[in-house]
Design a protein around this ligand. Structure first.
Ligand code: ADP
Ligand code: MG
Ligand code: MG
Length: 877
């Protein structure tokens, strides 16, 4: 095994082995030249995996390879680690296959010790810089490699500042820094019972171990869980010559994006800090300046940076997110990666990249994260609303959010569990807060900037976020925010606008972004990208909709028909419930028919509304599916009610007794596996007859004939569908409508048996629609209503499953059943139309699978229609 690669040996295609950072640093070295990228080497992710497997022991041969690579680096740079004359210093940087911002550890300025600090001072003729680097190293090394609390160091700095009567870190002189170094060493000793290691080789060994170990740290694990990054990837370690942004006024560090990372507008953006190392920019400790100001400060380096951003974007064919350092006017690139971006920037970039000739349409489509597109449909502040702005920060992730103020991730999670809307408010955030990001409607910080932790993470999640709202004085101890004269406490109302950075205490109405004129450019880009997706995709996209309003919304978003109309909702409405109840309670078939006759015109109206909304497009209507007791009161409640009525001898006691009796009679131990679906149709054909009459009469009432597809749920046996089909056709004949020509009859495939005998079932079905929710329940024997809150999280933690099978289709199991049914169904009936209407119809990963399985269309909830259009296109590319 080869455990170590020099940067000159790597490339961007080696990210699995070298991690994203290592692979891209290597790539940049080739593309931009060795002068632009400090030299170094990468210890592979495989080494990390081997280290973890062997209980924190470095694999055989790794130490030797590191020593050899270090020797080459020393030769290349002409400097040596720990030297008392112009010493080499290195950074030891983590870098996983996928970026995990701030979750893994990095140590800067390694190689500082009592000897090399003098060497550095001599070589740079800058005592202050040398001692500042030494104290930074002690601080980072102690924290990262020995777990000494960062607060302890901060406290020591505060003490020394107070001692010397200065305000800022940058005001500490050499003498003060020397004192600080002594204090830090004492801290190290106190916490570890060991002397701080002076030997740079030992420092390096410990730092590499610390980076490996950070992979298995709690916050990294939590981040991987949320972002679904496998635990067994491991991180690479990059050892790189240091360049210094803290050498004075012509030095600095920053982050730069090749385009605006929030709006996607085609101008570079970013933040920088003069006389600082990179950690200062991202930590939020100092407030960074806008990259545009760098033009005046260091015009040459600025121009070079702009050129490099262009070059990198061309080279990678995607928006880039970079880190750079300027050392005495000389620009160095330290990192580049494809930029994480909110949906608005994603569509804007995709469209512009094609316009600019940077990418082909198909390539551009692949740069869009389909799942994120909902953000374009999320609510924003009503543009017409008047509200008092109490603070303005950096608009870090778009969308409007409002709710009660909470100050900790824990409180956010607890409040969300109670169904309360909250905004998480903190001075800044770190990896430990990520759980709270999910629970909160929005994130607000007083520190940081565009690239701070809160901004990056919120953007990735599509949670609205405002950072750097510096007018807010946030006191975590007293749980309050002071702004001007006002004090805002925990539980008080707050609203944030992640699109423009505003904060208010007014209850601003949230609206659809489509109504915001500032959104025009983005919506245009969105339309264009969706249009390309439609050209490319093979899968049709329909919607699951039960009401004309939903159907219209979905149609606006591009739905090509209704793939599933559930009719049970039509019986739930208040004016229908008593009629429905009467029907269920009827003792005889005739009495039932009478009750149903009253429901018929209402149901016909429902269908007319749907046909109208979907004019010209197919509408699949599922006949009644749920067990009848769902339309009756909950049994224990009813029993208690009757008990009371008996004592009080209520007037309606008789009626209640009958209701109780019926409810008891029809309730079942396992209703999901009980009398439902076509079993109802077979036991009570009059219900389905009424529904079919209503559908057909509604069809006849339209000016333009619709395309109803009548769907029989929960079929197991071919004789079930045979009987139900006869029923439909008989009523069709009565209504003077003809099969195929005027309507079709199909079935839902949602039971494993149906998949196995799909060839037999297909003889009586014009179409199949896979009900993957029930199919997942019945194939896995998982109750959907129970598993998510009970064992599925544990199963994910224990790596039994990667994600919930109700979210992404279980490809080897349930997916195989789908493939089987599609295959044998088409074998017996080549023109069989195949669709899917479970929740999976809106999940990009599942959509890719359905594309490959050869289905004709997916059907999903209205708001996921754009996601499905893009995902279906991506599946076809
Ligand atoms: P993260 O993954 O948390 O961004 P990095 O390894 O990128 O960690 O390091 C964080 C910052 O440290 C970089 O953005 C850069 O500013 C600084 N840094 C890392 N390596 C070097 C180096 N060789 N020279 C100067 N600064 C460095
Ligand atoms: Mg970085
Ligand atoms: Mg079902």
């Amino acid at each position: 095994d080869k455990w170590v690669y020099d940067f000159s040996e790597g490339s961007k295609d080696m990210r699995e082995l070298l991690g994203g950072k290592g692979a891209n640093v290597a790539e940049m070295t080739r593309v931009l030249g060795a002068d632009r990228v400090p030299a170094g080497f990468t210890i592979t992710t495989e080494a990390c995996v081997a280290y973890m497997k062997a209980d924190q022991t470095e694999p055989e041969g790794m130490a030797d390879e590191v020593a050899e690579a270090l020797e080459r680096l020393q030769e290349h740079t002409g400097k040596r680690l720990g030297d008392d004359d112009d010493p080499l210093l290195v950074s030891v940087r983590s870098g996983a296959r996928e970026s995990m911002p701030g979750m893994l550890d990095t140590v800067l300025n390694l190689g500082m010790n009592d000897r090399s600090v003098e060497g550095l001072a001599k070589a740079t003729e800058n005592d202050r810089f040398a001692w500042d680097s030494y104290r930074r190293f002690l601080q980072m090394f102690g924290n990262v490699s020995r777990g000494i609390d960062g607060e302890a160091f901060e406290q020591a700095i505060a003490d020394v500042k107070a001692d010397r009567g200065v305000e800022e870190d940058t005001d500490l002189d050499t003498d003060a820094l020397k004192a600080l170094v002594d204090r830090f060493k004492a801290l190290y000793k106190e916490h570890t019972d060991e002397e701080f290691p002076q030997d740079p080789q030992e420092q390096l060994r410990l730092a590499i171990r610390a980076v490996f170990d950070s992979w298995t740290g709690d916050r990294a694990k939590e981040y991987r869980r949320i972002n679904r990054i496998p635990d067994d990837w491991g991180t690479a370690v990059n050892v790189q010559q240091m360049v210094f942004g803290n050498k004075g006024d012509t030095s600095g560090s920053g982050v730069a994006f090749s385009r605006d990372e929030v709006t996607g507008a085609p101008e570079p953006s970013g933040d920088f800090l003069p006389n600082a190392q990179g950690e200062d920019v991202v930590s939020g400790a100092r407030t960074p300046r806008d990259i545009a100001e760098m033009k005046e400060w260091l015009p040459d380096a600025y121009e070079q940076l702009m050129d490099i951003l262009k070059t990198l974007e061309q080279h990678y064919g995607d928006m880039q997110d970079t880190e750079f350092t300027v050392e005495e006017g000389q620009l160095y690139m330290l990192q580049t990666r494809d930029a994480k971006r909110p949906a608005q920037a994603a569509v804007r970039f995709a469209r512009d990249a094609v316009d600019e000739g940077l990418l082909e349409r198909e390539q551009a489509l692949m740069t869009v994260d389909a799942e994120m597109l909902t953000a374009l449909l999320v609510k924003t502040f009503d543009p017409g609303a008047n509200y008092e702005v109490i603070a303005t920060g950096v608009p870090a992730a778009p969308g409007g959010a409002k709710g009660e103020v909470v100050f900790t991730a824990r409180d956010a999670i607890d409040a969300a569990a109670e169904g309360r809307d909250v905004v998480l408010v903190r001075p800044d955030t770190n990896a430990n807060d990520v759980g709270g990001f999910h629970a909160a409607k929005g994130i607000l910080t007083s520190l940081g900037g565009k690239a701070s932790h809160a901004a990056l993470v919120a953007r990735g999640m599509g949670v609205p976020c405002v950072t750097a709202a510096s007018e807010l004085k946030i006191n975590l101890e007293d749980k309050c925010i002071r702004v001007g004269e006002r004090t805002i406490g925990e539980g008080d109302f707050i609203a944030i606008n992640g699109t423009n950075g505003e904060v208010t205490l007014d209850d601003v109405p949230l609206v659809d972004p489509t109504e915001d004129p500032a959104f025009d450019e983005i919506l245009k880009a969105f339309e264009t990208v969706l249009g390309w997706a439609d050209d490319v995709r093979r899968l049709g996209v329909r919607t699951n909709a039960d009401t004309p309003a939903d159907a219209r919304k979905a149609r606006e978003l591009g739905a090509e028909g209704i793939g599933l109309c559930r009719t049970e909702h039509m019986f739930m409405a208040e004016d229908r419930q008593p009629k429905m109840r009467r029907m269920i309670m009827s003792g005889t078939r005739d009495a039932r028919k009478e009750a149903l006759a009253e429901l018929l015109p209402l149901q016909q109206e429902d269908f007319e509304g749907l046909f109208e909304a979907m004019k010209g497009l197919p509408v699949t209507i599922r006949l009644l599916d749920p067990p009848l007791h769902e339309f009756l009161p909950n049994l224990p409640d009813l029993a208690a009610h009757v008990e009371r009525a008996r004592i009080e001898v209520s007037a309606d006691l008789d009626e209640l007794e009958t209701l109780l009796e019926t409810t008891e009679r029809i309730s079942e131990e396992n209703p999901m596996l009980g009398t439902r679906g076509c079993r109802l149709g077979i036991l009570y054909p009059e219900i389905y007859e009424m529904q079919v009459h209503a559908i057909m009469r509604a069809a006849k009432a339209m000016d333009e004939p619709p395309h109803p597809e009548i769907m029989i749920p929960l079929v197991d046996y071919e004789h079930e569908i045979e009987l139900m089909r006869e029923l439909v056709v008989r009523i069709g004949d009565e209504e003077g409508l003809h099969e195929i020509e005027d309507y079709t009859v199909g079935t839902m495939i949602e039971l494993p048996r149906a998949c196995f005998v799909a060839d037999r079932i297909a003889k009586f079905a014009d179409f199949f629609s896979f009900g993957t929710n029930d199919l997942t329940q019945t194939a896995l024997g998982f109750s959907r209503d129970d598993v998510e809150s009970k064992f599925v999280p544990v199963y994910m933690e224990r790596k039994i499953i990667e994600r919930s099978p109700f979210e992404t289709i279980d490809k080897p199991g349930v997916g195989w059943l789908v493939r089987l049914a599609a295959w044998v169904g088409r074998e017996s009936r080549p023109d069989l139309k195949l669709g899917i209407c479970g929740e999976h119809g809106g999940d990009p990963d599942s959509i890719e699978f359905f594309h490959m399985a050869g289905l004709d269309y997916v059907s999903c909830s209205p708001f996921r229609v754009p996601i499905a259009r893009v995902a279906a296109a991506q599946a076809a590319i």
